[in-house]
Design a protein around this ligand. Structure first.
Ligand code: ADP
Ligand code: MG
Length: 253
C-alpha cells in the first residue's frame, strides 16, 4: 500500500525555488530518509507535506487523497505528525502536560491539561493520561512526568517532542533532525525507539538527518535533494555508492 506520494511538488520563495518538482512514492511501514546539503530544501519539503507552507505547484497525496492546500491541523488529524528542527516543547508546562497536548492532535488548544489538573477524568481523559504514562515509561521518562519541560536537558526535551507525536496515533511521523544536539548514547536509544514504533506499532517515518551514520543505520530507503531537486533515491547501499550523491556532498556544488 502506498502511504504518501508527491507529484512534481514545488515551492518558490519569490525568485528562489526551494523545492523543485519533487516526485516520490512512499510505501507504508518504512523509514524513509531525506538527505541533502544545507539549504537543499528538506525542511521546506516537510513544511509542504504537513501543511505548514502553501504549495506553489504539484500535489501531495496521503493514502491517495490530495492534501495540498489543507490546513496543518487537518493534515495532522488525517494521521501525519511531525517534530521541528528546533525543539518545540512548551517550556512552562510539565512533561505530562506537553504529552497531553499531543493527544488526538489537539496541539495548541487542548482541553486535556485542565482536565489533568482537575483530577476529574472521564474515561477518555484517563485513556490519554494512561497512554502518556505508558509512552513516557517506554523512553525512561515516566519519573519526570510532573517536571517542567524547561528543567530538562535539551536531549530529553527532544525525546519528549518525539514521544508526543505518538499521542495522536499518527500513521506517518516526520522527524526533522531528531539526532542533532543529542549525545551518542541517547541517539542509539532514540533509534531503538523508532525501530520499535515501526516494527511493533506499524508506524511509518520520514526522517531528515545530518548524521549519515544515523541515516544509514535506520533508513530502509533514502531520497537525496540538492538545490531543491531530487537527485537520487535508493537503498542506503545504493545511495552510499551513487556518484551524484558523493558529488553533491563533496563537490561543493
Ligand atoms: P534544508 O532544510 O535542506 O537545510 P530549507 O528547506 O530550510 O533547507 O531551505 C531551502 C532553501 O529555501 C534555502 O535556500 C533557504 O534559504 C530557503 N528558504 C527556506 N525557508 C524560507 C522562507 N520562509 N523564505 C524564504 N526562503 C526560505
Ligand atoms: Mg532543515
Amino acid at each position: 500500500m502506498i502511504l504518501l506520494r508527491t507529484d512534481q511538488l514545488t515551492k518558490d520563495f519569490g525568485g528562489l525555488r526551494a523545492v523543485d518538482k519533487v516526485s516520490f512514492v512512499m510505501p507504508e511501514g518504512i523509514i524513509l530518509g531525506l538527505i541533502g546539503p544545507n539549504g537543499s530544501g528538506k525542511t521546506t519539503l516537510f513544511n509542504l507535506i504537513t501543511g505548514f507552507l502553501q504549495i506553489s505547484g504539484g500535489q501531495v497525496y496521503f493514502r491517495d487523497k490530495p492534501i495540498g492546500g489543507l490546513p496543518a491541523h487537518k493534515i495532522a488529524e488525517m494521521g501525519i505528525s511531525r517534530t521541528f528542527q528546533l525543539v518545540r516543547v512548551f517550556q512552562r508546562l510539565t512533561v505530562m502536560e506537553n504529552m497531553l497536548l499531543g493527544y488526538k492532535n489537539h496541539v495548541g488548544e487542548s482541553p486535556w491539561m485542565n482536565i489533568y489538573h482537575s483530577r476529574k477524568y472521564r474515561s477518555q481523559d484517563k485513556e490519554a493520561v494512561t497512554k502518556a504514562f505508558d509512552l513516557l515509561d517506554l523512553v525512561g521518562l515516566k519519573h519526570l512526568a510532573n517536571h517542567r519541560a524547561e528543567k530538562l536537558p535539551y536531549a530529553q526535551q527532544k525525546m519528549i517532542e518525539i514521544t508526543r507525536t505518538i499521542m495522536g496515533d499518527p500513521e506517518l511521523i516526520m522527524l526533522d533532525e531528531p539526532a542533532s544536539g543529542i549525545n551518542p548514547t541517547l541517539v542509539s536509544q532514540l533509534l531503538d525507539y523508532i525501530r520499535f514504533l515501526k516494527e511493533k506499532q506499524n508506524k511509518s517515518f520520514i526522517i531528515v538527518e545530518h548524521d549519515m551514520h544515523v541515516i544509514m543505520n535506520i533508513c530502509d530507503y533514502i531520497i537525496v535533494l540538492n538545490h531543491g531537486a531530487k537527485i537520487a533515491e535508493g537503498t542506503p547501499e545504493q545511495i552510499l555508492h551513487n556518484p551524484d550523491v558523493i558529488d553533491a556532498y563533496l563537490g561543493g556544488s
